[in-house]
Design a binder for this molecule. Structure first.
Ligand SMILES: NC(=O)c1ccc[n+]([C@@H]2O[C@H](COP(=O)([O-])OP(=O)(O)OC[C@H]3O[C@@H](n4cnc5c(N)ncnc54)[C@H](O)[C@@H]3O)[C@@H](O)[C@H]2O)c1
Length: 366
């Protein structure tokens, strides 16, 4: 059974996120009901070299059945493709196909494809519609919703991009059957983050079903995706452009997480595994400051353990991690910012002094 969640935005820009098994086969007919796709005939499906062989033909067939004329472009799989050069190749492909303002982009893949194709759509002819068709757990629970698009520069991740909300999101959970375990754990890290930040209802449901999610149970997975999308939709509706501070909650676990990813060499751990490590560290920092609810740290640890997201082992000193965190683009006034949770659903984004972070890291690394 499919469900539909609406992301509410001002200016008649609401969009639907459809979640379920087989919803990709109805992609074309679903898009026919989307106002910004009313005049669209030509669509460019952007995918990657892993996802294309698995789901491109099915996607194009679903589009053609509803009267769209699909072309496609395949990126090399992986983060290395998220560059301006690759975006340039996609813009050129669109120009060579003579795609006009009545075209649209379909992002079929994980967060890399979604971010790059979304950025291409935001900028081609000053903006054409994009539909996100996420195929990783991370993309279904996080990156396909919210309108952040980006490419990386040699100087850092996601340094060039735009806010460009999708017109439609189609999360077909059956595509997750082919996802490697490592990518599964990656998505689980972001799900744990959302559950802690959101509410008791989500957190304790997730705690009860964590083993099933780790074991890739389809019904539990679909419900976890729905709960994450409802949570993210609320955050995005309140702070679409990250100006009021609400959207910062999505960075829970990310300050140390990014540093661990960098220090251990990108790709050593999945992003979600690093976020889980960052969540564990953030609780220790919050405890050092006081005011953490009794049992919260233990409950979060129990959730992460049950999701097969154990503490990581890496070779980094407190100075290494501190140095990386000080270069983070979220540093303000020279101070590293953390999202600290004092209980489920209770968080604040706050600068933490270097001395406190350093002492926390020293005890963390033992
Ligand atoms: N825009 C946002 O709000 C936001 C939020 C979080 C992360 N991100 C971005 O998302 C990216 C990470 O996304 P990701 O974790 O999905 O990585 P990814 O897109 O690289 O996908 C991970 C791997 O899984 C493969 N894959 C994808 N779907 C598959 C399937 N169904 N079956 C088999 N293999 C499949 C891909 O080819 C790739 O090798 C990062 O660039 C990050 O910056 C963006």
């Amino acid at each position: 059974m499919a469900t539909k969640i609406i992301v509410e935005l001002p200016g008649a820009r609401d969009y639907a996120v459809r979640i379920g098994e087989g919803v990709i086969d109805a992609l074309g007919t679903s898009l026919r009901d989307v106002p910004s796709f009313e005049r669209v005939r030509d669509v460019l499906v952007v995918t990657d070299s892993n996802v294309g062989p698995l789901y491109l033909a099915r996607t194009k067939q679903a589009l053609a059945q509803a009267g769209f004329k699909p072309a496609d472009v395949t990126l090399p799989a992986g983060e290395d493709a998220k560059t301006l050069a690759v975006a340039g190749e996609v813009w050129s492909a669109m120009a060579q196909l003579a795609l006009g303002r009545d075209c649209a982009v379909i992002a079929l893949g994980g967060g890399v494809v979604g971010d790059l194709a979304g950025f291409v759509a935001a900028s081609y002819l000053r903006g054409v519609p994009v539909a996100q068709v996420p195929t990783t757990l991370l993309a279904m629970v996080d990156s396909s919703v919210g309108g952040k698009t980006a490419v990386n520069l040699p100087e850092g991740k996601n340094l060039v991009g735009a806010f460009h909300q999708p017109s439609f999101v189609c999360a077909d959970v059956s595509t997750l059957a082919t996802l490697p375990d490592r990518e599964w754990r990656c998505g689980c890290g972001e799900i744990a983050k959302s559950a802690v930040i959101d509410s008791d209802d989500f957190f304790f449901w997730m705690l009860d079903h964590a083993h099933d999610l780790a074991g890739r149970d389809t019904a539990v997975t679909a419900e976890a995706i729905q709960r994450c999308v409802v949570f993210k939709a609320q955050v995005v509706a309140r702070d679409e452009h990250e100006t009021s501070g609400v959207r910062e909650c999505l960075n829970y676990g990310h300050t140390l997480g990014h540093a661990v990813e960098t220090a251990s060499g990108f790709g050593t751990f999945s992003h979600g595994e690093a976020v889980a490590e960052g969540m564990r560290f953030a609780v220790e920092l919050a405890q050092a400051q006081g005011g953490v609810a009794e049992g919260f740290a233990e409950a979060q640890a129990e959730l992460l353990d049950a999701l097969a997201l154990p503490r990581l082992s890496y070779d980094a000193t407190a100075d290494d991690l501190m140095g990386i965190m000080k270069r983070d683009k979220k540093v303000r006034g020279g101070q590293v910012r953390f999202v600290l949770a004092r209980d489920v659903g209770q968080w604040e984004a706050t600068p933490v002094s270097d001395d406190v972070v350093r002492a926390g890291l020293a005890s963390w690394l033992g």
